[in-house]
Design a protein around this ligand. Structure first.
Ligand SMILES: C[S@@+](CC[C@H](N)C(=O)[O-])C[C@H]1O[C@@H](n2cnc3c(N)ncnc32)[C@H](O)[C@@H]1O
Length: 414
């Protein structure tokens, strides 16, 4: 299915491939994020049960200028992980940028396919263990049909990583989209619309909500592509937590987790015991919906999901052979951060203080991506900790840090 807005969307991403990237930058840094970080895929999608040596087929549906596909392909290459990353998008301009980025990195595990994700079966790409769809569904004429097409492309046991817009953190965006539809109608040439948007931004009254919204920065730091995508996009819809979970269910998918999980637990925002009692009686879905409504700062939702019919693959933190790993933080820094008996984490302006047990710093100093949970516990005992205390503190530290998406379990060798 396509319509006038969809044709305008296709034209937008030809004129302004998203996100705006200079391939030369690949020599200096790797853009990382969620979803689709290899450690997250190992942990959240496969429950740290899928052997690292088993080839992984990953699809990036609406891969754009390549952030996610390049990240995963590079992480797989660095880790010597077999498999293939398939980039799929209908924008030829985005493909040129993504291909140039892969070339600068010398990546040979990434394949580029031009086409629509709505026509996946006709493309004959086969089944995928993992599908990324980041920032795409909310632009489609029928997001439910798009997600269903992706769900059908999953191999048994496979999972999906999504990012969609969320309404509250985007306060101010939709008003300005309305304003710009009047000032610079969609049928005007894109450069002209951009120029009008820039002028409007300079002269907006102070009361315009986007001026007061610090969580949205694409129009300030995302170049022409960022500004156009945010304020001149022919179609974008935002999903509340319940709307997104309903969308998933309609596509035969089951949520695994939001990222970061701790942000979606309303109890974390509410120290008042009476309120906490009420939250404690709520389902996971209600707690997440409440967290979104309370926090007000969520402009996107990142979510991992699995096929509803597959048995859950939950990471097993009680397995002594499992190897924990920190995502992007060194164990020294994490141990320091945990030294005061609590870890303070800030997400889009909200700082949460997460209590940690006494042995947390000693535990985190031992997390090096090689030592197993059993070896960490034995090390604590060898240093004089009582065995039951070591086991309890290890479990609590892992549970708390997993909820921040900072401490995850590695894929098993083999
Ligand atoms: C906002 S960009 C996101 C790019 C990338 N996933 C990221 O997060 O950096 C949306 C992308 O979806 C692509 N797209 C939109 N509709 C599509 C469709 N039906 N099939 C394939 N790609 C599509 C656009 O061409 C564009 O590159």
């Amino acid at each position: 299915m396509t319509d006038a807005a969809d044709r305008a969307l296709a034209a937008q991403y030809e004129a302004y491939p998203y996100p705006q990237r200079d391939p030369a930058e690949e020599a200096r840094r790797l853009v990382i994020g969620s979803p689709s970080h290899l450690r997250e895929v190992d942990h959240w999608v496969f429950g740290a049960r899928r052997p690292a040596g088993r080839p992984l087929r990953a699809l990036f549906a609406g891969g754009g200028s390549g952030d996610g596909a390049i990240m995963l392909a590079q992480q797989m290459a660095w880790a010597g992980r077999p498999g293939e990353v398939v980039w799929l998008d209908r924008s030829a301009a985005a493909r040129r940028v993504a291909e140039a980025r892969a070339a600068v990195r010398g990546l040979s595990n990434i394949r580029f396919v031009s086409g629509s994700l709505l026509e996946l079966p006709a493309l004959g790409l086969g089944a995928f263990d993992y599908v990324d769809c980041c920032g795409v569904l909310h632009h489609l004429p029928d997001p439910a049909a798009g997600l269903a097409a992706l769900a059908r492309a999953l191999a048994p046991g496979g999972g999906i990583g999504l990012m969609v817009y969320a309404p509250h953190g985007r306060t101010g965006v939709y008003m300005l989209q309305d304003a710009l539809r009047l000032l610079a109608p969609p049928d005007r040439p894109p450069p002209e619309r951009l120029e009008v948007a820039r002028r409007l931004w300079r002269h907006l009254p102070e009361t315009a909500w986007l001026k007061k919204n610090p969580w949205i920065t694409d129009h300030l730091s995302g170049g022409d592509a960022g500004l156009y995508d945010l304020l001149l996009n022919p179609r974008d819809v935002a999903f509340t937590v319940p709307a997104l979970l309903d969308l998933l269910a309609g596509a035969g998918l089951r949520p695994i987790t939001f990222i970061e999980p701790v942000r979606y637990d309303a109890a974390r925002y509410l120290p008042d015991p009476r309120l906490r009692e009420r939250v404690a009686a709520m389902s996971w879905r209600e707690r997440a919906a409440l967290a979104e409504a309370i926090a007000g700062n969520m402009g996107i939702h990142i979510l991992y999901a699995a096929r509803a019919e597959d048995p859950p693959a939950t990471p097993d933190w009680t397995d002594p052979a499992a190897v924990p790993v920190l995502r992007e933080v060194t164990h020294g820094r994490m141990a320091e951060a945990a030294a005061g008996g609590a870890l303070r984490v800030t997400f889009d302006g909200i700082t949460l203080s997460l209590p940690l047990p006494r042995l947390a710093p000693a535990i985190l100093r031992r997390v090096d991506g090689r030592r197993s949970l059993g070896a960490i516990r034995d090390g604590l005992v060898a240093e004089g900790a009582e065995a039951a205390r070591a086991a309890a503190d290890l479990a609590e530290t892992c549970r708390t840090l997993e909820a921040t998406n900072r401490l995850l379990l590695s894929a098993p060798a083999g």
